[in-house]
Design a protein around this ligand. Structure first.
Ligand code: Z5A
Length: 215
């Protein structure tokens, strides 16, 4: 049996990752590819508990170092219990955020040392890398307006961040895409959803042999 592929979606808040991730799983299903939809931080019962710790705005300080370690702790649990077993069964995994989010949020925006992030990534992931990453890119005010129009309840630790913070996140993602142009595909996420889906189809069709000719 051949092993499955890991596809990740990245972008700032409100870029449309969750919407597009659901659509990607449906698209793969129509092409006879079984895919799991999951997210980070989270994805398993235990990793979702870590997610709650890292997102909630409590009274104690959570340093950028602690935040980075929590992201990788959740990722290690997620990899061991969901991602690696699924890939070993030959299934695909569509993951809403992965290590590029740590590079962008903790690295580019919070200033955590990049070498340390890469060392943790190697330790936690080994040689596992996404086969393809869809970077949903759009101007920060557009993403924040989308996210805030839909937000219910109090803002979490990231939702409470400033526009300047998200500009650094976006710049961090675009820098990573320049470093890895073969893996990271920039999608114009400011476009209407049908156009975003068309751009994503062009990428997926190159990965899913059954869908050749559809792009
Ligand atoms: N984080 C981190 O710091 N380090 C890490 O390593 C990881 C994560 C893994 C939780 O992530 C936080 O964790 C995240 C970074 C941090 N915080 N932030 N920011 P999350 O993914 O759960 O949270 P999020 O980015 O805030 O998700 P989101 O706001 O739900 O954004 P989204 O998934 O990209 O958007 P969406 O829900 O699909 O769409 C938003 C709205 O726009 C919705 O009403 C859609 O119907 C609409 N939409 C979507 N596409 C379109 C188009 N094309 N046109 C018009 N409207 C659209």
């Amino acid at each position: 049996m051949t092993s499955g592929l890991l596809i990740t979606l990245e972008g700032i808040e409100g870029a449309g990752k969750s919407t597009v991730a659901r659509w990607v799983v449906e698209w793969l299903g129509k092409h006879s590819i079984r895919a799991h939809l999951t997210r980070e931080p989270g994805g398993t019962e235990l990793a979702e508990r870590v997610r709650r710790i890292v997102l909630e705005r409590g009274s104690e300080t959570v340093s950028a170092t602690a935040e980075t370690l929590l992201m990788f702790a959740a990722r290690a649990i997620h990899l061991d219990n969901l991602i690696r077993p699924a890939l070993a069964r030959g299934e695909w995994v569509v993951c809403d955020r992965f290590t590029d989010a740590t590079r962008a949020y903790q690295g580019a925006a919070r200033g955590v040392d990049r070498t340390w992030i890469e060392a943790l990534a190697r330790r936690v992931q080994g040689d596992l890398e996404p086969a393809c990453t869809l970077l949903l890119d759009l101007p920060v005010p557009v993403g924040l307006a989308r996210a805030r129009s839909r937000q219910s309840g109090p803002a979490d630790r990231f939702e409470a961040e400033t526009q300047a913070f998200f500009e650094q996140v976006r710049a961090g993602y675009l820098e990573q895409a320049r470093r890895e142009p073969r893996r990271i595909h920039i999608i114009d996420a400011a476009a209407a959803l049908e156009d975003v889906q068309r751009q994503v189809t062009a990428v997926l069709a190159r990965m899913a042999p059954a869908a050749e000719g559809e792009a």
